[in-house]
Design a protein around this ligand. Structure first.
Ligand code: EPZ
Length: 414
């Protein structure tokens, strides 16, 4: 429940990145020695990943935001179906299990609210490394004696496929080169983690990644990077309420595309070290064209939060979602709050309105849910956002953080 219409002010600190933590936790399967991963966000998706590691037989201990994993004696190479259903990105353990044990069984990951999300590029890459893949009764089984390095070109710079292939190639025989690789900062973080285990990976962050296979890896103690999507969401919260806030523990270059677009709208942003000071007076200017693209383009995960802001800009903005096939589920909910948005396939036309009106709305995925909270912060009156479990998959302190910035927000009910 959000009582909106108040500018936010104060400072808020961002935690560790979910989308770096998930593949890094998966990569702890590459070694039998203990790995400690620090600055983990407290999210349901991270809990699911820890439960997957436990289900495989790894020892997993949690101390606050640090988790220690010891995958010395795995008792299974099958990811339980109910955990795959809970989180499709659990597919990320395929590469590591295949590399370490020569076998992995996962269920076909379900689609989700933002599209069908196939895994053909993951499987194609693992096949090119020598894996035998069979699909039957809704399960995928990948097997191989020893993976062999290969040159793999990705048709699309898929984040997950790049990560899975990187992990599988770490213990393969010989060199693997991935071209048209995803360049997200989370890929660089994964490379740095696996190299801290003794691997030899170079080029993450560019479109060509080279991996020299090694025999064995040791343990490590590693801290994940700050979450650029949570940081971006908080920066937009400052702008949408016409407030004055400082977001701390940010790597500013990870947000270049967002900061550029916000400046185009007239938001004042002052970057100092690992903090971003945000201030904004409404009305802000609309954006002629915003296209989501693989990194370093505008991140698809900030498309919904940005759309909430554009609803209140003066003028017409055009947003094109090029990464996922149906990531506009938040549009109907924003319309319930008085937004003027028209969607045609992957393009949304947003005509700014002077104010949004509070309403009862429903989250459909984690970033859509965050967008609705932002809209509620800006709207006068009481907004109720339902199905907030989606939000807790990606934001571990949303109410506390926003309350510390002066928002009147609280979780009610289940
Ligand atoms: C990662 O998902 C992130 N999740 C997503 O964040 C993020 O939106 C996405 O990358 C894009 O940046 C994690 O890191 C856990 P993709 P991923 O493979 O790896 C198509 C969030 O909100 N594709 O780059 O699944 C796919 O259908 C989440 O935190 C294939 O066609 O993204 C999609 O249209 C949401 N075949 C596009 O590529 C494949 O084999 C991008 O997917 C793989 C992907």
């Amino acid at each position: 429940m959000i009582a909106g219409g108040r500018p936010l002010s104060g400072r808020v600190r961002v935690g560790g990145a979910k989308n770096a933590a998930l593949p890094i936790l998966g990569a702890t399967l590459l070694t039998g020695e203990p790995c400690t991963v620090r600055d983990l966000p407290n999210l349901t998706d991270i809990d699911v990943m820890r439960n997957i590691l436990r289900a495989l037989g790894a020892r997993v201990e949690v101390f606050g935001s640090s988790t220690t994993v010891e995958a010395k004696h795995l008792t299974s190479q099958t990811v339980p179906e109910h955990l795959m259903r809970e989180m499709r990105s659990s597919i990320i353990v395929m590469g590591a299990l295949l590399a370490r044990f020569g076998r992995v069984k996962v269920s076909q990951p379900g689609g989700c609210a933002i599209g069908s999300r196939p895994i053909d590029l993951h499987l194609k890459g693992l096949k090119e490394l020598g894996a035998e893949i069979t699909e039957r009764h809704g399960y995928i089984i990948a097997e191989c004696d020893r993976l062999r390095g290969a040159s793999i070109h990705l048709d699309f710079p898929s984040v997950g496929a790049t990560e899975n292939i990187m992990m599988a190639a770490t213990l393969a025989e010989g060199q693997t080169v991935i071209t048209n690789a995803a360049k997200e900062p989370e890929i660089v973080d994964l490379q740095n983690f696996i190299n801290s285990l003794g691997a030899k990976i170079k080029g993450a962050g560019t479109d060509t990644i080279r991996i020299e296979g090694v025999e064995k890896l040791h343990g490590a103690d590693y801290s994940v990077i700050p979450d650029r999507i949570v940081a971006g969401t908080y920066i937009i919260a400052g702008a949408i309420t016409g407030g004055n806030i400082v977001v701390e523990n940010v790597i500013p270059e990870h947000l270049d595309s967002l900061l550029a677009k916000l400046r185009e709208m007239g938001v004042e942003l002052d970057v100092k070290g690992d903090s971003v000071a945000v201030s904004a007076q409404h009305p802000l200017r609309a954006i002629d064209s915003l296209r989501t693209l693989p990194y370093p383009g505008f991140p698809t995960d900030l498309q919904a939060p940005m759309m909430a802001l554009l609803c209140l800009a003066s003028g017409t903005s055009i947003v094109t979602e090029t990464v996922f096939e149906s990531r506009f589920k938040h549009v109907d909910e924003l319309r319930r709050m008085g937004a003027n948005i028209k969607v045609n396939e992957r393009t949304a036309v947003i005509k700014g309105v002077p104010t949004l009106s509070s309403a009862t709305v429903a989250a459909t995925d984690l970033r859509a849910g965050a967008a609705l909270v932002l809209a509620g912060l800006a709207a006068d009156g009481i907004t109720i956002v339902e199905d907030v479990h989606h939000i807790y998959r990606g934001y571990d302190n949303l109410e506390d953080d926003l309350r510390s910035l002066g928002a009147r927000i609280e979780r009610i009910g289940g």
